[in-house]
Design a protein around this ligand. Structure first.
Ligand code: PRP
Ligand code: ZN
Length: 292
């Protein structure tokens, strides 16, 4: 039997790029068990009936639409550029990036109207085309399939329109950021063909539950600290209302330990007030899963 024809859930992930490592990390936090995947075209998870397919990100939406893959992890930029029939299950909170206009120092563009009459190289002709017509701008779109950043240096375009994440690629190619055309993050997409396969649908709903718990956990931290009993009420007043903190006695009877789940950025806002209220031994720990 062909090894992929085994009833396992097929999950398509970007073969090599911005999303690869974080996609695998998410699936592993969901308990799938994916090891030694470098340079593999597919690999079976050890702890979940799933096979991971490593594909070019631009091909993933179509594979998912056609049911070759049951699920895919791909940027919203890719799904939006090539309209396909898929179910968008969940935005994943990583792989955040922008499709931006960028140009060499020799070009000066102050606002969108400065694009009029320009030649713009991009791998996103559809997203760019909609942006231009929404802003009533006539420009020439030069569609190319990769290495867009080199187009101005080659003289085939004045400006480019491409993904910017860290900005390193722009810097390497001596281009500066212009304005944002589209904002994107990684998303989990599902094949419409799953609706006819209750066994796989059950696996998807199990996996989705795990993914949601990982995403929720990432937005929170576990805060632990020691607080003098005398200022306990004051400190509790600083903890977001919906979270009921745990209070534990300590050997030193004048002090208690306070534990609470708090939003990720919270601690930096209240660090000084907490210290002023006498809190000591403040620890902020990551949470791996949060089950509702
Ligand atoms: C994008 C884009 C750039 C890079 C920018 O590639 O094409 O090469 O990311 O990232 P940076 O600002 O962090 O340098 P992507 O991974 O989306 O896939 P692609 O190679 O298919 O375009
Ligand atoms: Zn791509």
């Amino acid at each position: 039997m062909f090894p992929l024809n085994n009833g396992n859930l097929k999950i398509a992930v970007q073969k090599k790029g911005r999303l690869t490592e974080k996609s695998i990390e998410l699936l592993n936090l969901c308990g799938l068990g994916i090891d030694n995947y470098t340079d593999r075209l597919y690999i079976s998870a050890t702890s979940f009936p799933a096979d991971i397919l490593f594909l070019r990100d631009d091909d993933i939406p179509e594979y998912v639409q056609d049911g070759v893959a049951d699920l895919g992890i791909v940027g919203e930029n890719v799904i939006t550029e090539k309209p396909v029939t898929i179910d968008l299950k969940e935005k994943l909170g990583f792989g955040k990036c922008r499709i931006m206009i960028a140009y060499p120092d020799s070009v000066q563009i102050d606002d969108v109207s400065g694009l009029a009459g320009k030649k713009i190289a991009t791998t996103y002709p559809s997203i760019l085309g909609k942006f231009l017509s929404k802003n009533d701008i006539e420009a020439r779109i030069i569609e190319i399939s990769g290495s867009v950043e080199i187009a101005p240096a080659l003289g085939i375009a004045d400006v480019i329109c491409d993904i910017v994440s860290t900005g390193n690629t722009l810097k390497l190619n001596k281009l500066k950021r212009g304005f944002t055309v589209f904002e994107s993050e990684a998303a989990l997409i599902a094949s419409p063909a799953l609706r006819d396969n209750p066994v796989k649908e059950q696996l998807v709903s199990d996996l989705l539950k795990r993914i949601k718990s990982v995403i929720t956990a990432r937005k929170s931290k576990y805060l632990m600290m020691n607080v003098p009993k005398a200022s306990l009420q004051e400190v509790i007043g600083m903890i977001p209302a919906s979270k009921s903190p745990t209070i534990l006695p300590l050997f030193d009877e004048s002090t208690v330990a306070v534990h609470a789940v708090v939003p990720s950025g919270y601690i930096w806002e209240v660090l000084d007030p907490l210290k002023n209220a006498g809190a000591t031994g403040i620890l902020v720990l990551p949470i791996e899963n949060m089950i509702p």
